[in-house]
Design a protein around this ligand. Structure first.
Ligand SMILES: Nc1ncnc2c1ncn2[C@@H]1O[C@H](COP(=O)(O)OP(=O)(O)O)[C@@H](O)[C@H]1O
Ligand SMILES: [Mg+2]
Length: 222
């Protein structure tokens, strides 16, 4: 069975149909890119997979978990343990240092202090931001902030990483480096990577590309 399986998913905001009978699946460890113009429904799709939102109809299954059938509290636990998020605007907490931003999800998951310190140290080194551990996000470049966000996204060893236009706020050269880092970081862990973008730069790295237009999956697969 596919690790991620959406079947006949519909989602509307008011009278606007944002996802229209969408079927989507992904295997464990796969890197799937979702390409579509602004407003086509990419974020809505990722948010349903990450349990940030619920469908109006249809099913959203992640492994054995039917996200459309569990409570909001259960979805919150699911997100905290199974999913890592990377966003366009990094979404780091400005009052916490780089290290503390990465520690936070681990502390929320009840990991012991020494284990947290070990894991954060290793992640900072892996992503090449060890020297910034005690700095605050605003003291870092956009590319560095996104590296911190990648470290935070994988720190709790999620099965699935959802990246919503992760390079949308970076210059081209930095974007390319961040894409490679995100790809390698997920591959090393066997984590599934689902990425929304409106550009085609990432296509070469992905296992599969899915195109979404007006809330419908148009074409897929190679
Ligand atoms: N919370 C919301 N309330 C109302 N409309 C929304 C909401 N989220 C998204 N939309 C609308 O749904 C459509 C698709 O949005 P979105 O999934 O964010 O597209 P994309 O990520 O591809 O740009 C857009 O027209 C957007 O305005
Ligand atoms: Mg979006």
């Amino acid at each position: 069975m596919d690790q991620v399986q959406l079947t006949r998913v519909c989602k509307a905001y008011g009278s606007q149909r944002v996802l229209d009978n969408v079927d989507f699946c992904a295997n464990r460890g796969e890197f799937v890119v979702v390409i579509g113009r602004s407003g086509s429904g990419k974020s809505t799709l990722l948010n349903l997979i990450g349990g940030l939102d619920e469908p109006d109809s249809g099913s959203v299954a992640i492994g054995d978990t039917r996200l459309d059938r569990i409570s909001e509290a259960e979805r919150a636990l699911f997100r905290r343990t199974r999913i890592g998020f990377v966003f366009q605007f990094f979404n780091l907490i400005p009052t916490l240092t780089v290290a503390e931003n990465i520690e936070l999800p681990l502390a929320l998951n009840g990991l012991a202090r020494p284990a947290i310190a070990d894991r954060v140290g290793a992640l900072l080194d892996e992503l090449g931001i060890g020297e910034s551990a005690r700095r605050f996000p605003e003291e870092l470049s956009g590319g560095e902030q996104q590296r911190v966000a990648i470290a935070r996204a994988v720190a709790h060893e999620p099965d699935i990483v959802l990246a919503d236009e992760p390079t949308g706020n970076l210059d081209l050269e930095t974007a390319e480096r961040v894409l490679h880092l995100l790809n390698e970081t997920c591959r090393r862990r066997g984590a599934t990577l689902l990425m929304a973008t409106h550009g085609r730069e990432v296509v070469g790295l992905a296992d599969r590309v899915v195109t979404i237009r007006h809330g419908r999956i148009e074409a897929a697969t190679w």
